[in-house]
Every structure is written in C-alpha cells, then in structure tokens.
Design a protein around this ligand. Sequence first.
Ligand code: ZN
Length: 281
Amino acid sequence: MMKQKHRARDTPKTTGKRALTIVLGFVCLPAGYYAIKAAHSSSADIYETRSNDSVMAISFAEAQLFPAKRQAYLDELLQGVDLPYCEAVLYDPDGSQILSYRDLQLAPGKNSPHQNAIFLEREESLFQGGQYHIYTPSIINRRGKGEHTAIFVGQKAFTSDLFQNDEDLKAALVAHEQRHVLQYAQGMNVDQSVPPPFIDHLLEGRITLKTVYDIAELDAQQQELMRIKQGEFRVSDSYLTSRRNEFYQNKSRLETMLSFSSPAQAAYIKAALRSYGTTAF
Ligand SMILES: [Zn+2]
C-alpha cells in the first residue's frame, strides 16, 4: 500500500497552563521546543491513517544508522495512530528537548519549593546527553486534570539492543508510553486507594516517589504486554522477553516493598497489584 500524505491538524495545547517541576540548573529555552514542535507538527494528537501492511519509507535499520532520519521515521511509524492527550512524539538526541519542555512547565507559584524538591529527586541527570530510551514527563500533583504531555525518544531507542524492529518501538510508544500519557491526563484509579489528597502522602513521606513510579510503570507494562498478547504488535522475541522480565521484576519489587511500607503505601501497593499485577504473560 502507498503511504498516504498527511494533512495538517490542529493540536490541542495546554502548555503554559501546566504546573511544575523539575530540573535545576537549566536554561529555559521555550523557543527551541516550539521550533521543533512546529517542524514536526505531524507528531501530534492524531496521525493520518496508514494501512497496517504499508512498507515504511525509512526502515528501523536506516533510522539506527542515520540520526538525521529518526524524527521522520517516528512520524511515519505513528501515522494513523490516535494518541489522545499526546502533544508530540519527539526525537531528542541530546536531552535538550525534554529538559526545555520541562522548564516550560515550571510555573512559579503553582507548586511550593517543597513539592518541586520532591519532583526533582529522581529526574535531573536522567536525560543529559540524550542517553535514555523513551520518557513521558508528568507532574504528579497535576495527574488527572486533563493535561496533555509529550513523548520524548532518546538516543538509546536507536542505539541500544532493546528495540529490534518497527513493531517493538511501536508497541513501546503506542501501548506503553501512551498509557503514561493517559495516566497523567486521566489519573489512576489506584490513587483513590488512599485518602485524598494523594500528593500529601508523598509530601509527608507515607508513600515514596519510587513507589509511585513503580506502580505507574506496572500499569504501563501490563497494558503493553496485554496488547502484544492480543496480537496488536508483532514484536521480536527478545523484546517480549525483556518486557516480560521487567514486568515480573517490578511486580516482585512491589510485593517485597509491602513489608517495608507505611499502612498508606501498603494499601496503595495492594490496590496496584490487584489492578495491574494479576494477568500472566
Ligand atoms: Zn514506563
């Protein structure tokens, strides 16, 4: 089948209204982000329809070899895929895109320094030099408020051996990362397993940030594995094995954490294991 030419579409934007987070020592470069976004406007909420049996104009192997082709490759890979609440899927070779994106979300007055400090805990060094696979930024105290976010693809998506082909990467973006986009926009039901407001459990140390991440990850891992199991993505054996291992490792880490948790964290983990940890893969 021939690839269809894509049309320009309006992209809902919430940037600027967003609160939040992160990254000390960064220069805010919003213009850079928007230049990239404009240049890749096809990486937006809705991609054009493309038949499943289309042949990619740029192969995964070619995108691995030629960094300059990676954004075009991602755009083509995601044609025809609906990604609600996802502003863009952006190749980020040096980490500058995700970091300037997060600087844009810093909204003085919306979060206390204490809240920001919590969000800073894990994030800062992960993206330097673009040495990450894929990441979907979110702000925990903005979860469930209909916010949009973007999916950032680092160098390792093309240079490590995790992804072997188009379908591996597509499963990661469309099933796993898009699940993180929805967690952010729509919230997670398990957050209701502890008395609201959820953020207070973090700020007051009853639930750790790591547990929050691990639980969001368990949900995304389960979603991706279910959709692979249903035949939506024809992933490589090595990719499936590694995703399956990550799921079971995460699940057993959470089970172990139960013994070292406050009552609130134990309730939260139990709810997560019931919701996301019962399917066998
Ligand atoms: Zn994830």
